[in-house]
Design a protein around this ligand. Structure first.
Ligand code: BG6
Length: 488
């Protein structure tokens, strides 16, 4: 791994504190950072290096998770870290940052490899990129890379505008768009699960698969993000990015070689084959929901429109369920059901692959009828794979019953999404980052849904907090003779 400077914009913000700093520390402990690593935190707050170091220590102690963290090394980690107070909108101030970067490059005798991480509000993305260019920060003799967090635009047009602005400073190969779902170990494992197992590879198509269900349910509500979330809704916050990525990752076909470029190409083919929706027809395939009051773990919880910062008249979606079709020879005729929502019964991200039940007709006795084979891929919070098969139960007169073969990873040992993604970006491997084509094509696909929601062409179903979402979301599957496989 190359020696480098890591510049973190938004270094005192929430994401930095909760995810990025603990991930960097964990990589340090596991000796996965480059041997010469200069880390510069940037933010508008006035802080000395020592005060920033205190902030780092606090963040590591409060938010580190998993087994690999050993707090005794925090003090050892600090000397590589400096702080720079900067108003990111003021071009003149970037000279100060450039000087600090150069000074550290000299002190550590490292090449001008610079990684810029934008952990800031999206309104600053383009201005920071522009100022990196104007101030000379981006004119390096080594490489430069940009890591950028979502939201990448608010709709198709704004995403295209943002991309155009970023591309005046960074080439596409230099931009690493984080979709933290792509950093989840089981999502990264999907490729191997399908491609390294001939039994699944053979079955991964419309001859054997009846339907695929992708769910990301959460128990949390809007939290303290009312001003962002009320404009974004589940469709922008989760569906356009994370859920579309899960769709692409679970349905792409075996590339001839498995390189970043091949995988991107296969993902692109999938998203281009997703049957487009017309705004007027959105209501047939999309269910929009909003959480009402209810209970979680026996405690009563307020509904969305009673949340602080949310207008009582808000029609924002906190739940969406979508039925879609991939019109290519592998998937023709296989429905994909995708749903995501807040304040649901449990926290669970998983993919259920329901296989066709060819044997159903052979069983005359309904008691004997086998249930469909299911392959369940647990992504979050429990990572694992389970395969549901049918077997005779000798204790029940040989009655056929489903049995589960399960593998689950030891959660403490599983590296966290940000650690995996940071290592990839440091190594220049973009496989698990969202390419512009994917982002643009998913906005394009989602655009009619955004418009149909805006124009109220789709009913808003209120579902009780603590439920599996609106009853209407079951209709999508019942129409095709299926039902959601619930994570109980
Ligand atoms: C984020 C969304 O991208 O993902 C949040 O902005 C959501 O609203 C979160 O809660 C869910 O991530 P995870 O990893 O907990 O499933």
């Amino acid at each position: 791994m190359d020696a480098m400077t890591f510049v973190l914009f938004g270094a005192t913000g929430d994401l930095a504190k909760r995810k990025i700093i603990p991930a960097l520390y964990s990589l340090y402990v596991d000796q996965k950072l480059p041997p010469s690593f200069s880390f510069i935190g940037v933010s508008i707050t006035e802080l000395s290096d020592e005060e920033f170091h205190e902030h780092i220590e606090q963040s590591v102690h409060t938010f580190s998770e998993g087994g690999s963290n050993d707090f005794s090394k925090v003090k050892e980690f600090l000397p590589s870290i400096r702080y720079c107070k900067l108003d990111v909108t003021n071009e003149g101030e970037y000279k100060k940052l450039l000087k600090l970067i150069q000074l550290r490059e000299e002190e550590l005798n490292i090449p001008e490899n610079r990684m810029f991480y934008m952990s800031v509000a999206p309104t600053f993305f383009d201005v920071i990129a522009l100022n990196i260019k104007k101030s000379g920060l981006g004119s390096t003799k080594g490489w430069k890379r940009l890591i950028i967090e979502k939201p990448f635009g608010h709709d198709l047009k704004s995403a295209q505008e943002l991309n155009e602005k970023l591309s005046t400073t960074f080439q596409e190969e230099e931009i690493y768009r984080i979709d933290h779902y792509l950093g989840k170990p089981m999502v990264q494992n999907l490729e191997a699960l399908e491609f390294a197992n001939p039994i699944f590879q053979t079955l991964w198509n419309n001859q054997h698969i009846a339907n695929i269900q992708i769910t990301a349910s959460e128990t949390v509500g809007v939290e303290k993000r009312a001003s962002y979330y009320d404009k974004a809704g589940a469709i922008r916050d989760m569906f356009q990015n994370h859920m579309m990525q899960l769709l692409m990752m679970s349905s792409m076909h075996l590339p001839k070689r498995i390189t970043a470029a091949d995988i991107r190409n296969e993902k692109k083919k999938i998203i281009e084959s997703v049957r487009p929706l017309k705004k007027e027809d959105v209501h047939s395939d999309v269910i929009r929901g909003q959480y009402g009051p209810g209970e979680i773990d026996g405690k009563s919880v307020i509904g969305y429109i009673e949340e602080p910062g949310i207008a009582p008249s808000s029609k924002n979606d906190t739940f969406v369920a979508v039925r879609l079709w991939i019109d290519d020879p592998f998937w023709k005729g296989v429905p994909f059901y995708i749903r995501t929502g807040k304040r649901m019964k449990n926290k669970s991200t998983r993919i259920v692959i329901e296989f066709k039940n060819h044997l159903k007709e052979l069983y005359v006795n309904q008691n004997e009828e086998p249930t469909p084979n299911l392959l369940i891929i647990g992504i979050n919070p429990n990572e694992g794979v389970s395969l549901q098969l049918n077997s005779k139960n000798p204790l029940k007169d040989g009655k056929i019953e489903p049995i589960n073969i399960e593998f689950s990873a030891d959660q403490d040992d599983v590296p966290k999404a940000y650690e995996l993604l940071l290592i990839d970006a440091f190594e220049g491997d973009a496989t698990f980052f969202a390419h512009w084509t994917e982002v643009e094509l998913s906005w394009k696909w989602v655009q009619p849904i955004l418009e149909a929601f805006d124009e109220n062409l789709v009913p808003l179903h209120i579902y009780p907090t603590g439920s599996y979402g609106p009853d209407a979301s079951h209709r999508l599957l019942e129409e095709d003779g299926f039902g959601w496989w619930l994570d109980k």
